[in-house]
Design a protein around this ligand. Structure first.
Ligand SMILES: Nc1ncnc2c1ncn2[C@@H]1O[C@H](COP(=O)(O)OP(=O)(O)O)[C@@H](O)[C@H]1O
Ligand SMILES: CC(C)(COP(=O)(O)O)[C@@H](O)C(=O)NCCC(=O)O
Length: 320
């Protein structure tokens, strides 16, 4: 509610009383006029990939138990040595998917991506199941059985494995493949089965492309982030299985506790970069330095340096 009061004054132009806030992603462009019109706030646009990487690096170095593996329902926190973090592959699953090779602070390259991402799951799911919101679709996938719709290796090979090339009877041979052979229409399939197949198809595909990119650059660690994951067990499990399957156990999928906030965090941290990198000390606003701490699922960023009480800002980033 106090966004328009708590915005920042542009520290590169002290004479200006323009209020701005950092923002990233497509929304920073798309909604810039709306923010200006409704709140009188200008959006200071930060590059999305840069913010994702800054956010991920910060979390992986500063937050205890940020990264974890997830396989067969088991969540295991990974010990990340900040001195041995790079290189790694960051896979951000939002509407679409970006794959970024990270070599250090500010050192990265977007090496690949796919348009089959969270938007695909939600978009197709909405059309096929009539779900009204994402959570409902995700919830449905819990109860579904993908074998009803997916064509398995066993369906093609008369119930047996195709052992010669290492495919078990239960491996999905063709996502949604059964829908062609049955004399059935959409109404004959349960929404929960459709949701389950869809989630597996998207997660599997992302896991596979990610692993292939990790292989391409010799990267052992793959961190998956983005709001698509939402800590959802089946999504993480499917991605992990895909990475494990394609890498023959060589690579490991890892997830982040604050997976949906990398971009926002990176944009937030760019206040520090902008003001501390390029300016002399007397031009730095009193609010700095930023002090950062974490507890449980929350990260506390207090920008309270020597400022008076009116100027201090405390920002809490938390997952719902
Ligand atoms: N409550 C929700 N409403 C809509 N989409 C959601 C929700 N929770 C998770 N998602 C998933 O998150 C995706 C968007 O992820 P996000 O990281 O916010 O990407 P973007 O940067 O494209 O907005 C959606 O396509 C959808 O798959
Ligand atoms: C264009 C985007 C970077 C925007 O990010 P998003 O809002 O999806 O998080 C992303 O959707 C993307 O990388 N899409 C995949 C494009 C491709 O490489 O095929």
């Amino acid at each position: 509610m106090k966004l328009h009061l708590g915005g920042f004054h542009d520290c590169t132009a002290p004479s200006s009383d323009k209020i701005f806030i950092k923002a990233t992603g497509g929304g920073a462009y798309k909604f810039a006029d709306l923010f200006k019109e409704k709140l009188g706030v200008s959006l200071d646009k930060e590059d999305e990939m840069e913010c994702l990487v800054t956010g991920a690096n910060f979390l992986l170095k500063a937050v205890h138990q940020e990264a974890f593996t997830y396989l067969d329902g088991q969540k295991e926190f990974a010990q990340i040595d900040p001195n041995d973090l790079y290189p790694y592959l960051l896979v951000n699953i939002g509407s679409g998917v970006s794959m970024i090779k990270v070599d250090g602070d500010g050192k990265f390259e977007r090496v690949s991506g796919t348009s089959l991402g969270g938007g695909t799951f939600w978009g197709l799911g909405r059309l096929l199941t009539k779900c009204k919101n994402f959570d409902e679709l995700l919830e449905l996938s819990h109860q579904g059985n993908n074998r009803v719709i997916d064509m398995l290796v066993g369906d093609i090979y008369g119930g047996t494995d195709y052992a010669k090339i290492g495919l078990s009877a239960t491996t999905i041979a063709s996502s949604f493949g059964k829908a062609i052979s049955d004399n059935k229409g959409l109404v004959d399939y349960k929404p929960e089965d459709i949701s389950r197949s869809l989630l597996r198809m998207i997660s599997n595909n992302i896991g596979q492309i990610s692993y292939l990119n990790a292989l391409r650059f010799g990267l052992k660690r793959i961190f998956f982030a983005g709001f698509f994951i939402r800590g959802h067990a089946y999504t993480m499990d499917t991605i992990s299985v895909a990475v494990n399957f394609w890498s023959k156990g060589e690579a490991e999928a890892m997830f982040l506790r604050h997976e949906g906030f990398l971009g926002a965090l990176g944009a937030f941290m760019s206040y520090e970069k902008q003001c501390l990198d390029g300016l002399t000390v007397n031009k730095i606003p009193q609010r700095f330095p930023i002090s950062v701490s974490s507890a449980g699922n929350k990260i506390y960023c207090s920008m309270n340096g020597k400022s008076n009480d009116n100027e201090s800002i405390e920002c809490t980033v938390y997952r719902t």
